[in-house]
Design a protein around this ligand. Sequence first.
Ligand code: GDP
Ligand code: MG
Length: 167
Amino acid sequence: ASAFVAIVGRPNVGKSTLLNRILGQKISITSSKPQTTRHRILGIETEGDRQIVYVDTPGLHKDEKRAINRLMNRAASSSLSGVEVILFVVEAGKWSSDDDMVLAKLKKMSSPVILVVNKIDQFKDKTELLPYLQKLSEKHTFAEIIPLSAETGAQVEALRTLVHSHA
Ligand code: GDP
Ligand code: MG
């Protein structure tokens, strides 16, 4: 059995770094080439007879200059409907209008959304994160909210456990 997990978020929030951390040695396939018209497969985690397939979903990107991207954007909700979990990656303390744009699209989708608040290593005093996390929790009913650092690996194992529990 395989489950699809979409990783979304504006550029530079740390999606690629996070995926590398999650997969670590568990990686079996990676490719940056389009595998299907619906998903770009980024990596596959295999545990026994289970596969967690991490995908980049077309239609959630700001760059929609190309007609094909606009078409994909219109199809985004249907392509995400087959996804078990969405990981919405943001940067701690740096919410932007691009994040609003991604969230607006996610709100139309039925899959549970795990909010990943990345780069918490940039906060020496972790209590400074609390008001920010509070504000984020008011933006949407997220399935989970997890602050972590893809770079140091802090809390990444906890995220993997959450993904498995929802996938
Ligand atoms: P993507 O565009 O969302 O895939 O982001 P990348 O994974 O390419 O990361 C963008 C930048 O953020 C790179 O310079 C990373 O080294 C940095 N970065 C990613 N994760 C973290 C983190 O947890 N902490 C810090 N301080 N920087 C990070
Ligand atoms: Mg990337």
